[in-house]
Structures are given as C-alpha cells and as structure tokens.
Write a protein that binds this ligand. Sequence first.
Ligand code: ADA
Length: 715
Amino acid sequence: MKSVDLNRGWQLDIDGKTLSVDLPHTWNALDGQSGENGYLRTRGTYSKKLPAEKAACCLKIGAANSKSAVRLNGETLAVHEGGYSAIFVPLTGKLIREENLLEVDADNSPDESVYPTMADFTFYGGLYRGVELLTFPEKHFDVTLNGSGIFVTPAKQKDGWLAEVTFVTVGTLPGDKVTLTLADAEGNAVASATVTAESGKATLPVSSPRLWDVDDPYLYTLTAEIVGGDSVSVETGFRTVAFDADKGFFLNGRHLKIKGVSRHQDRENMGNALTPAEHEEDIRLIKEVGANSVRLAHYQHSDYFYTLCDRAGLLVWAEVPVISRFSKKRQQNALSQLRELILQSKNHPSIFTWSIANEITIAGESRGLEKALRELNDLAHSLDPTRPTAMAAVTMCPAASPLNSITDILGYNHYYGWYVGVFTDLDKWLANWRKVAPDKKLCLSEYGAEGILRYQGASPVPGDYSEGYQAIFHENYIERINAAEWMWGSYVWNMFDFGSAARNEGGVRGRNNKGLVTFDRKIKKDAFFLYKAYWSDEPFVHMAGARYLKRLIGTTEIKVYSNLSEVEIDVNGEKRVLSGKAVFRFEDVPVKPGDNTVVVRAGGLEERAVIEGVETEPEEYRLPEGAGSFVRNWFASGTDEIDPTRFSTEDKVRDLVANPEVQALIKKFVGNKVPRFLISLVKPFRVKTLLKLPFVKLDEQMISMVDRYLQTIKK
Ligand code: ADA
C-alpha cells in the first residue's frame, strides 16, 4: 500500500467566497475560539483535481466535521455523518479521466441528527485531518474497514499467548495465499503462518511475548502479505487489563493506579487542524507531567494520536460524542460513530476501554435513554469482546441510578469546590457511593477548576479564576484520589485549555481555562507542577506563584512543588529547608520593599524569581467586576442561604428566562433547543415546582446545586 498526500492545493467554496487552502484545514480556527457572536457553522465544499490512476485505490479522509459528502466528476460516492472518524471511499476504476474533479462537502451546521449537538467545546468545521489517496496492487486488503484491512487481537491463554488475526481481501482468487509474520521491535520474526485469502483469519502462537506496559510500551509488528499482491503492517501489543471494585486497576496482573489527564485536540489559532508536530508535543507534555493514562475526550481522536499513545505507554480511555443531551433521533448516528471508533481503533494496545457516553443525563433523563445506552454497550461488546465498556456520569445522576449498571466500569464527573459545594462534599459523595454501589468499578472521570495566569493573590478563593486557586483545588483532589485506594483512577479536566465558543468565563471569551497547560501549550500552570511532583520520577523543583511577583510588603508564603524529598529556599540570602512530599510550604517569608531574590533548590536543581515588595497589589491580579462567571458569587457568600437579590429555584420561570445570564446557563446545560411553547407553558410556575415533577424528580441536593448556579446571577 502506498499513500499519496493530497493535502495541497484545494479550493474551498464557503459562505459565498472561494479560497485557496491546504489541508488540514478548518474555517473556524479563529472565530471558533474568539467567543464573539458565535462561529461560522455552514457547509463548505473543498475541491481538487486528481490525475488518472490505474492502480486500485481508495480515498482516505482523516475526518470531516460533521456531515460530509464526497463527489467525483459530479457523481456522489459517499455520504457520512459524524465529524471525528476517518472516511474511506473506494476509487478503484473511477479515476479514468486525465483530470478528475474531487469535491468534498464538510458541513458543521447545527444538525439534530448527529452527535454532538450541545457540548462545552467548539465544533470546528472542515477537513481538519487531511486527505490521502491509498493505492495498492489489484489483490489487496479491504482498507475501508479500518485503514489496513487487518485486525489483530492478542489473546492470553493458560500457557502463552495467541495473536488472533482477521482480515478481508479484495481482488483475490480462490486458492490465493496470505502470509502473516509477527516481528518483535528488533525486526526478528517470532511467529508466522500462511493461510488462504478466503479463510480471512489466522492464529499465531507467541509463547512468552514481552508485554506492553506503561513503562515498557513494547510493540510487535504484524505484516500480512497476499502472495502476488499487497502487503500491510500494523503494530500490536500484548497486555491484560482487569478491574476490581475494591482494589482498582491491574495491568498485566500488576496493580496500577490510573493517573490520568483528559485531552481535547484543539489549539489556539489552529482549531482542530493539526499537524503531527502538535500531536507529538501534546504527548511530550502528558508524559512530562507523569500521567500514565489519557482520556481522549469527547470524540474519536486522530489515529496518529492513538499510535503515539501506543508508543509512549499511555493507557487510553476512548469515547464517542454521545454527550449532554440524549435523543432517540440520534441513536443510529451514535451506533455508527461507536462502530467506526471501535473498528478503526481497536488495533491500538493503548486503548483499554470504550466509553459510550458523557454526562448524558445533564439535561434531564428522557425516555428511551437506558435502552439506548444498553444498545451502545452491547454493540461495543460485540465488536470488541476484549475491552470493558465505560461511561462518564455527572454529579446529579444518583448513585443508585440503573444507568450506572450498564457499562463494565464507570466514571463520575465532579466539580465540588468549583461549580458546586466544597472539597469535603467529594468525601461525602464517595462515602455514599461505597455504601450504595460497593460493587461498581469507579474512577473520577473529570474534575477541574479554571486557572487564568493573570489572576494572582495571597489568598486564592473558589471562583476567583486564579492560577493559585486552581492549584489548591488540585492539591485537595489529588490527596483524596490517592487516599481512595479502591478507586481505579482519575482524569484531570483538562490537560490543556481548549476552545468553547459559547463560553465567557473569568473575563476570557470562547475558552475553557481548566487546562494544566495553556491553549498554545507554551505555559505550564502551577497545577501542572503539582501533578508532576506526585506522578513523575524526573527530578525537578518549581516555585508556585512564580507569576505572583508583586506581593505586599510584610510576609508571604513561598510554596514549592517538587518530587524530591528536601527543598531549600533562599530569600535575600536567608535559607530555610523543609522535608516532605510534593508540596512544600514556607510560611511567613519576609518581603521587603523593592526586589527580593528568591531561589528554590532541591537535588542540585534550582529556580529563581525576583519578588517585588509593593504597598498594594496590582489591580490586574483580580477578576474584574462584571467579568463572566457562573461560580464566583455563591462561592464568595460561602453559605447555603438564598440571596433574594439573585435568582434561585424559588423564582418563577417567567422571570428567569427573561435574564440573559440565565439564558446562557440554560444554553450550557440544555442547549438552544428548548421549544418555545414549552417555556410559555411553564412560565407561571416556580422553578422548584418543576424540578420536583415526577419526570424530572431532582432531589434536595440537586435542587440546591441548581440554586447555587442561579445564585451567581443578579436579578
Ligand atoms: C462537563 C463536560 C466537559 C467540561 C466540563 C466543564 O463536565 O463533561 O466537557 O467542559 O463540563 O469544564 O464545565
């Protein structure tokens, strides 16, 4: 198989304009993250002339968000729904003219039939993963299945392992042979077999393979060759995964706590149109923080990224964009996106679970949801009996919900200490969970807080959007996660800031600022170093608050994150030493007027900063009054008492829906599509009355959570 890069020289017709573009491309690289007046959601048509091709061939479109159609010389060859999977279009015998017109529509207009319809991230439109023409000899493998036409499933036996291979060929004749060779990383063949093409399968025994592990991601290569035809190679790895409700996760029989971060694929000023360099940089950063797992939220990522995870030893939680709002209308699409994710990605040893949904109850539970989730779960099992299924539930979904019994393992997304409640609420929730669902295999699939670099201060508080509070939030979570030995793992939300066009929080539009690293990947926030201190073995020392450089004259706390056991600080020549683990707090460090030189040292490493002693801290350190914030005000009040000058569930729907901030909140949780007639029907009612109706049925805790959101908004 050969790949011809078709990324250069496309014409894009969009929004009444004609542009010359190269792929990967999105038309939302800027407006998708500016947060001003929405972003262009429409159909764009990419076109390009292709020369004649006599060989058997297939077009591979990395992804087209979110619906697409492919035409050649005016004839429609494929239509596709789903913006995150690869699209394969056989072109054998079709490129017969000297010049052939290839047209690909990509359409990211709002569409009720395709997931996602509502989520906290931008749905960038375009051909953002590039296009290739794959060519092969007449006898070849059916690449339309997954890009190679080969599936390799390592299977552990009582003694030794088998590499179970299935494949589909095209153009072969009865009696044609296929040879299969499994080679180790040094290129030595360790097993081989020759079978007929029509058998479609082979089993290669490997007595004691070197196992794939997080710290030794050893890969084998399976090469399949049709005698007198094409040859393809895929990487594979041998490993077992197991989960236990009391003991957590086991990789190859060895206990391993999953230390995870989540990743969205997009970048500042690029959107989702990435080159390999961006994927590689993300992997380096995830490895540097010391994570052993990554949740690739909330959709299928580039195949190259799963490959990089295979090679880097990162366990992957893979998922489909069945998110936020369920509809039976989208079930066929959900099944098709899950099928494509699994078939296209199941050769990757890094992937340990298929997650079928995220926070799907956040807009309320609707009829048919449980059945639909069961159907997705069954599909995942039937396409891949070797991996457990997962789902990420959200705080307000009760522990005893029947939905929590569908998948093999489960995650909960909690934001106690950010959107709702305080850190100790997590302790209460976990204690209750262990009572109500002691047999469930649980992780924390999301938790996080916004950290915006310009906000600094001596006493960070919830909802101030400061870098300092984000770090404190994570200090509290990581301690609790480490203490819950029964829990199999956790995923920081999020490794990187990401684009979310509808957002306006903390004075930053169009962005979710919960990353440990900035959107451009240039700056690691303090919370990054907290995790590095707990998770990484690479010795380092980092002074937290190194952007908090103007401090009040008097005293200050110097906080240091390090994975070494002894840390020294030297402030204006005065030295102090602390022993401990991860977080080192030096209290009451004197700050004199003017420059104070601070050096932090550990294990022969050092970092320096100059703190300026000032009479008043700069205004820019604080979130400006009136900057968008869902969370600030009720946190500031710190009580559960309802402030009557702000909204609450005691208010009537009529008054709520007239307020633009409430409208934004409704948009976050329910989307744009609340039918008008429904609103006018319920306008005279108090919100609380509605929330208690049998088909909504929120309990008191959940109602108080809604109150906490509403209390952030002044009447
Ligand atoms: C939800 C959702 C995420 C994320 C988060 C947030 O939990 O699953 O997509 O955006 O909200 O930051 O609010």
